[in-house]
Design a protein around this ligand. Sequence first.
Ligand SMILES: [Zn+2]
Ligand SMILES: [Zn+2]
Length: 126
Amino acid sequence: MSRRFTRVTEDFDCLVCGAAVRGDGYTNHCPSCLCSRHVDVHPGDRGAGCGGVMRPVGVEFGPRETVLTHACERCGERRRCRTSPADDRDALFAVASAAATATTGIFAHPRTPVAPPRRRRRAPGH
Ligand SMILES: [Zn+2]
Ligand SMILES: [Zn+2]
């Protein structure tokens, strides 16, 4: 009784930055720019047929692992995946700070200072 494991170890060239990515069966994204392709419904099955570029839009730094969120440029599907030790730390931090800016974007630009509130004269009391 032999189970067949289909671990996909595919090498590919990153569509976005052109880096040659060595597939290790775990990571499906480019270690230098962290982009991926929307090809799988379940890892390795190539069932999505979308083919859009999935760009990193968020990073969660956990105590044990770092999880990356990808969003497909074409169809907008979001997906979370674990990062691999080969992933570029600087790129991860860049994504994290970009995501932080995006969520707090409305506060990024200080509003034009408004005139200080007029002092209310206290009504003479009895
Ligand atoms: Zn890349
Ligand atoms: Zn897609």
